[in-house]
Design a protein around this ligand. Structure first.
Ligand code: D9K
Length: 105
């Protein structure tokens, strides 16, 4: 059911927003703080942008939603060393998402 699908998406996004390791992904990366980011990351994404897209009904399927979540963590791996605060948070949050995503299938 379409609306139930979006309920699951909203639930997972809320859980990721509250997760201890979610802090690097709450808001768009600041290009002033990270000038190289704009050059290397073609499609930035973050939890607040996703919340707004959900609100504006911009996700038609669960797949569309999952693609944006995976974009966040793929961008994180592209820009951050695995052995860094943000890099580790990204790996932890990706794992959290994928496990939760399957549980709520
Ligand atoms: C996800 C990400 N990728 C690359 C650089 C930075 C970030 N996140 C930042 C978000 C604001 C707080 S911070 O500046 O410590 C980390």
């Amino acid at each position: 059911e379409q609306s139930e699908d979006m309920t699951v998406c909203r639930l997972i996004l809320t859980e990721m927003d509250k997760h201890d390791d979610g802090w690097p992904f709450l808001k768009p990366v600041n290009f002033k703080q990270f000038p190289a980011y704009k050059k290397y990351i073609r499609q930035p994404m973050d939890f607040t942008t996703m919340k707004n897209k959900l609100r504006d009904n911009q996700y038609k399927t669960r797949g569309d939603f999952a693609a944006d979540v995976r974009l966040i963590f793929n961008n994180c791996q592209t820009f951050n060393e695995d052995d860094s605060e943000v890099g580790r948070a990204g790996h932890n949050m990706r794992k959290f998402f994928e496990v939760r995503w399957k549980q709520l299938l």
